[in-house]
Design a protein around this ligand. Structure first.
Ligand code: SF4
Ligand code: SF4
Length: 563
């Protein structure tokens, strides 16, 4: 019978040398691992896991736990790794192996080929359940090994053995590389005539354990590297379900997960504890309690709060109170017509990325921006209308952009986490003005003629003043901001807003996230103004193609302009 699928993993790091993994890929926090381990006291700093020690540990692990030979180093840098693999497999575990082939011998390859053909527990050929994966050198040198004749002979031995045994390349034996587009080192192009493999790689900061600035210099081909995340607040969960995917290091310590290159989250020691105790230990509970509750002492510093894999989960039965586009428009008309202080703020995906502690294409992350955006987003007032980029399928029967079901679940879970009054909160349409500008121009002109053009106004942005006046009418005060990362210069331009704010009726911020921050600050100052974010119609009106839809609707946008 096929064994039950694993729900826990134990990764084996069978060696930690003085300089860490000899392969030393530029997007792997080896410096952190080795310097941390080098500081361990002599008696707890074991460099190589012996076979006997491995056996002692693995005998405590139930066979429903998958054993991974990957961990924090190339596994074949320990000469006993094959013996360990055989022992764990014979004992009944499913295995996965990730190797660069550095340190591997032909007899080690023979064993892997043999396991591929095992009747009940082979490496899985058709899913990611328990793969055998060879990490190949990339053209950009992110995996910086010498692609020598000896290396190529080993790779060819592997490939030929696989072919002899009718094993599929890319299935039974997978390939990966650390190039964003799968481009391989030139010296391998005779073996892989296309020069690349169908694999796209994206490096992450490994829970902010890499130095982003160094990565940009050391791995220039890693163009999609996003860098470390900020600090996640509130109740978080591990989205990769890694709390039970732990890592054994040579001294028997078990670390929380594959992100913990700084060895800061030890959950037990398999020479001293049972396997079950790892997940009931004080150290384990210390982390899980602090994932749940960020007000506990030390909660801000746990590894999970700065990890890419941490996220939020929707409470069961949670419903977001969304006001759809038509109704948002009605409310805007009613309030803008009758109240002096009304704000319409638009929170898009980028805002939520920053509030979630992540990097974003248009804005740099900083804890200050994250804090101010959260403050802006959590203002609760009927006249502070928050447009939110979720759940906006149609307007007058048109589907704007097709979104798969549940696309916004993670964003809604984040919103629930940030907004303590989530259950009572109302969220409005984010795209209504853009939509009207393109599809309902008569209504949009009416909106402009009533609430924008005739008002004495302050415009905050970086577009040409004369050009944008064709859309919004006469601008009485113009505060210019930098085109990118305006928030990081806010001290230079925000005082100019304060100089004129009491002399205007309307503020139009077009400064990206900094605009949301300005709206928050003005709201808190209790200024009797209206503030309306127009969004990317402003770019469209001045001919800037900052969104893919803008070039397609140039004619419609031109209709709105007054020459
Ligand atoms: S990615 Fe793997 S092979 Fe590369 S340095 Fe890290 S552990 Fe070693
Ligand atoms: S959130 Fe990150 S650090 Fe925490 S268990 Fe998951 S993967 Fe590991």
């Amino acid at each position: 019978m096929w064994p039950p699928r694993h729900n826990k993993q134990l990764e084996i790091t069978p060696v930690i040398a003085r300089k860490g993994c000899a392969v030393n890929c530029t997007v792997c926090p080896q410096e952190l691992l080795s310097t941390t381990y080098n500081k361990f006291p002599d008696e707890t700093r074991v460099r190589n896991l012996s076979f006997e020690e491995f056996k002692e540990c693995i005998d405590k692990v139930p066979t429903t736990t998958r054993i991974d030979f990957s961990g924090y180093v190339e596994p074949y840098l320990n000469k006993h790794t094959s013996k360990m693999i055989k022992y764990a497999h014979d004992k009944g575990h499913t295995l996965s192996v990730y190797t660069t082939l550095v340190g591997i011998k032909e007899s080690d390859i023979d064993l892997l080929i043999e396991i591929c053909q095992h009747t009940t527990r082979p490496f899985s050929a058709f899913d990611q359940e328990n793969p055998l994966c060879i990490h190949l050198p990339d053209e950009g040198g992110v995996m910086p090994i010498s692609v020598s004749k000896a290396y190529k002979n080993k790779l060819l031995y592997f490939i030929n053995k696989a072919k002899e045994n009718n094993l599929g390349l890319g299935t039974h034996i997978r390939f990966m590389t650390m190039d964003t587009e799968g481009v391989l080192h030139k010296n391998l192009w005779d073996i892989f005539p296309e020069g690349k493999i169908p694999f796209k790689f994206k490096a992450i900061s490994r829970a902010s354990n890499l130095d982003d600035n160094k990565i940009v210099k050391k791995a220039p081909t890693m163009r999609n590297y996003e860098g470390g995340v900020g600090t996640r607040s509130g109740k978080i969960v591990c989205k990769s379900k890694s709390l039970y995917n732990n890592v054994l290091i040579p001294n028997g310590d078990v670390q929380l997960c594959c992100m913990d290159y700084g060895l800061e989250a030890k959950i037990g020691n398999l020479f001293e504890n049972t396997y079950e105790e790892l997940h009931t230990s004080e150290q384990f509970k210390y982390i899980t309690d602090r994932m749940e509750d960020d007000s506990l002492e030390g909660a801000k510093d746990i590894i999970c709060r700065r990890c890419e894999n941490a996220g939020y989960e929707l409470d069961e039965g949670t419903q977001m109170k969304n006001i759809e586009m038509q109704e948002t428009l009605n409310i805007l008309y009613e309030k803008l017509d009758s109240k002096e202080k009304v704000f319409y703020c638009r929170f898009g995906d980028g805002d939520f990325e920053i509030m979630n502690g992540k990097k974003e294409m248009m804005h740099k992350y900083s804890p200050e921006l994250q804090r101010e955006l959260k403050e802006a987003f959590t203002i609760q007032d009927d006249d502070y209308i928050r447009g939110v980029m979720v759940n906006e399928p149609t307007f007058n029967g048109y589907e704007l952009v097709h979104h798969p079901p549940n696309k916004w679940n993670d964003t809604i879970a984040l919103i629930q986490n940030i907004d303590k009054n989530f259950k009572e909160s109302t969220f409005y349409s984010h795209v209504i003005l853009t939509y009207m500008a393109v599809h309902e121009q008569e209504i949009f002109k009416d909106f402009l003629d009533n609430f924008i053009r005739p008002k004495k106004k302050l415009f905050i942005g970086s577009v040409d003043k004369n050009e944008i006046e064709k859309l919004v009418g006469k601008i009485d005060y113009y505060v210019e901001v930098p085109k990118r990362d305006a928030y990081y210069h806010i001290d230079e331009w925000y005082p100019k807003i304060l100089e004129c704010i009491d002399d205007v009726e309307l503020v139009i911020p077009t400064a990206g996230m900094a605009g949301r921050v300005v709206q928050k600050r003005l709201w808190e100052l209790n200024k009797s103004v209206q503030s309306i974010e127009l969004g990317s119609i402003v770019d469209a009106a001045v001919g800037k193609h900052t969104r893919s839809w803008i070039p397609k609707v140039e004619k419609e946008i031109k209709n709105l302009l007054e020459v």
